[in-house]
Design a protein around this ligand. Structure first.
Ligand code: 5RP
Length: 219
């Protein structure tokens, strides 16, 4: 199976985690696109979804699934999203699709984060995938200096403006051995909107697609 087929496989597997009759939190990315398509094709009826991006909103609406604002809900049972990296403890790097801020906001509303990914995303230590950080533009140079002190090289993602009007730095060269401490530290640097380490909002379950089918990792 190629990577696209694995994404379809885990997209379908995630249907088992859709809570009957409840509003669902929906992430962003090509794996989530597969999940949205599978949800629409399944006929499983949900009262609506809270979406983490304009991209997912468009796809949900195209399938006739009602989209609610995050401000309209007080809690979600489940949030389903992909990841750029996930480690053996459920800590993740996210934001390859520049949707990390809204993803963290919707994940914060949810009791359970169900991560859907192909097996290439499973890593020993986070940091090989360039770490996305949404920032306020005027802080870019100072934040690049701060990352350099941690051994990272930050590059502006050229031509990308997020759904919130922010910019993205992609940081290479990091080895994130303590994701909770790293997230706590970087989150309070002036100009950081959201760091793409999801440690406080880690996965509860990861459905990992591989040659042998879907493995369920529980954290
Ligand atoms: C978007 C994300 C995605 O979940 C992540 O980039 C994985 O995407 P894909 O499913 O396309 O591999 O964090 O901001």
């Amino acid at each position: 199976m190629n990577q696209d087929q694995l994404k379809q496989l885990v997209g379908r597997a995630a249907l088992d985690y859709v809570p009957a009759g409840e509003i669902l939190g929906v992430g962003t990315g090509s794996t989530v696109d597969c999940f949205i398509d599978a949800l629409a094709a399944s006929g499983v009826a949900i009262p609506g979804a809270v979406s983490s991006s304009e991209r997912s909103t468009q796809r949900l609406v195209k399938h006739g699934i009602k989209v609610l604002e995050a401000t309209e809900v007080t809690r979600l049972a489940v949030y389903i999203d992909g990841a750029d990296e996930i480690d053996g403890r459920g800590f993740m790097v996210k934001g390859g699709g520049a949707a990390l801020t809204r993803e963290k906001i919707v994940a914060d509303l949810a009791d359970q984060f169900i991560c859907i990914a192909d097996e290439s995303k499973l890593v020993q230590t986070l940091g090989k995938f360039p770490l996305p950080v949404e920032i306020i533009p005027m802080a870019a140079a100072q934040l690049a200096r701060r990352f350099a002190r941690l051994g990272g090289e930050a590059k502006l993602r050229v031509g990308v403006v997020t759904d919130n009007g922010g910019h993205i730095l992609d940081v290479t060269g990091l080895s994130i051995t303590d994701p909770l401490a790293f997230e706590a530290e970087v989150s309070q640097w002036p100009g950081v909107v959201t760091v793409g380490v999801f440690a406080r909002h880690k996965a509860s379950v990861c459905l990992l697609g591989g040659a042998d089918g879907v493995k369920t990792l529980k954290f």
